[in-house]
Design a binder for this molecule. Structure first.
Ligand code: PHE
Length: 344
């Protein structure tokens, strides 16, 4: 009995002193294993007189239970400690500065294009597309600008061969759509896209720029419809309360043709440095589709009429966002491009 108590005491001390799970496992083997001390006590039983065996057996079992309970308790304790240590070591400091993920922003010209698309889709228009490398036929001929017509000088053109060019205006897409419609009305579409002209680049000119054309053809379409539509557009692009005014102009594909001004959004028409004191800002060209253009494209100009307008997206973006040099749109300077994500 004395020996049992000794083994138990030693075992419990060893359990208490086990510093980690591996050490505890060693203690377990040492005392509870097949060749362990407690098993050694069991084997002493054979040599005891019969009447002492039950009490001895019970005492050894009791000892085994006590040691095993102590090992379990220490095991739980050590596991908890190990976990706490792991958590401590693997702690993430969320206040540390992270690696910044660079997120791109929408290009200001694409923003303006999307705003226009949004507005016109909302009014039932579709968005048409067409090629940038265009045939002379769509860019000029169908738009009522035959070869040697002086109006060709209005748009100095990049020719690829005598019949192929970089489109000089989105009107080329308008002509494609008119031809495609084969005389059927109504037509209600916008065609945004890049256009090219042999201009020397400076603060207000770029050999590549963007336009958005609008085209409506149907019965009883009038200049008043054009004015209402452009007023809606001016309000969307430059804020509520804009007025538009028409000044007579000339385009070969529209008759009458107008130059369209918007009341200055910066001074509300009172006159400021942006509108050079006039209260108005010239913004786009427009007009009623020329009857000859309708006829060339298979429409009956007695039965239907249409309006068209073409707006320069750079001009709109420059006014809207106060940009003073058109070249900013094309030089890909991130310091410039990143400015626009917070604007509408
Ligand atoms: N195509 C003309 C230009 O580029 C703009 C315009 C479009 C004018 C449609 C009238 C109607 O200057």
């Amino acid at each position: 009995m004395e020996q049992i108590r000794e083994v138990e005491e030693k075992a419990l001390e060893a359990v208490r002193n086990a510093e980690d799970l591996a050490a505890l496992q060693q203690v377990r083997v040492m005392y509870l294993g097949k060749k362990g001390s407690i098993q050694g006590l069991m084997s002493m039983m054979k040599s005891l007189p019969k009447e002492e065996k039950p009490a001895f057996g019970q005492a050894v079992n009791q000892c085994k239970q006590t040691v095993s309970d102590a090992i379990e308790a220490r095991n739980a304790e050590l596991q908890k400690e190990a976990l706490a240590k792991q958590l401590e070591e693997e702690k993430i400091d969320i206040t540390l500065a992270g690696d910044k993920l660079e997120v791109g922003t929408t290009h200001p010209l694409i923003m303006v294009q999307q705003q226009l698309e949004d507005l016109f889709i909302g009014m039932g228009y579709t968005v048409a597309e067409g090629p940038e490398v265009e045939q002379d036929y769509y860019n000029f001929e169908l738009a009522n600008i035959p070869k040697d017509h002086p109006a060709r000088d209005m748009q100095d053109t990049f020719y690829i061969d005598p019949n192929t060019l970089l489109r000089t205006h989105t009107t080329a897409m308008q002509m494609r759509e008119l031809e495609k419609a084969k005389g059927r009305t109504p037509i209600k579409l916008i065609c945004p896209g890049k256009v090219y002209r042999r201009d020397d680049d400076d603060a207000t000119h770029s050999h590549q720029f963007m336009q958005c054309e609008g085209l409506v053809v149907g019965e009883k379409i009038t200049l008043a419809d054009l004015k209402g539509t452009l007023t809606a557009m001016a309000n969307r692009m430059f804020g509520e309360g804009r007025k538009v005014r028409f000044r007579p102009s000339f385009f070969p594909f529209t008759e009458p043709s107008v130059e369209v001004d918007v009341s200055c959004p910066f001074c509300n028409g009172k006159g400021c440095s942006v509108c050079k004191g006039s209260g108005w800002i010239e913004i786009l060209g427009a007009g009623m589709v020329h009857p000859h253009v309708l006829e060339m494209n298979g429409f009956d100009s007695e039965k239907c009429s249409g309006f068209a307008f073409g707006v320069g997206l750079e001009r709109v973006a420059m006014l809207k966002y106060g940009i003073d040099d058109i070249r900013n749109f094309y030089t890909n300077d991130l310091r410039f491009l990143k400015n626009f994500d917070r604007f509408d």
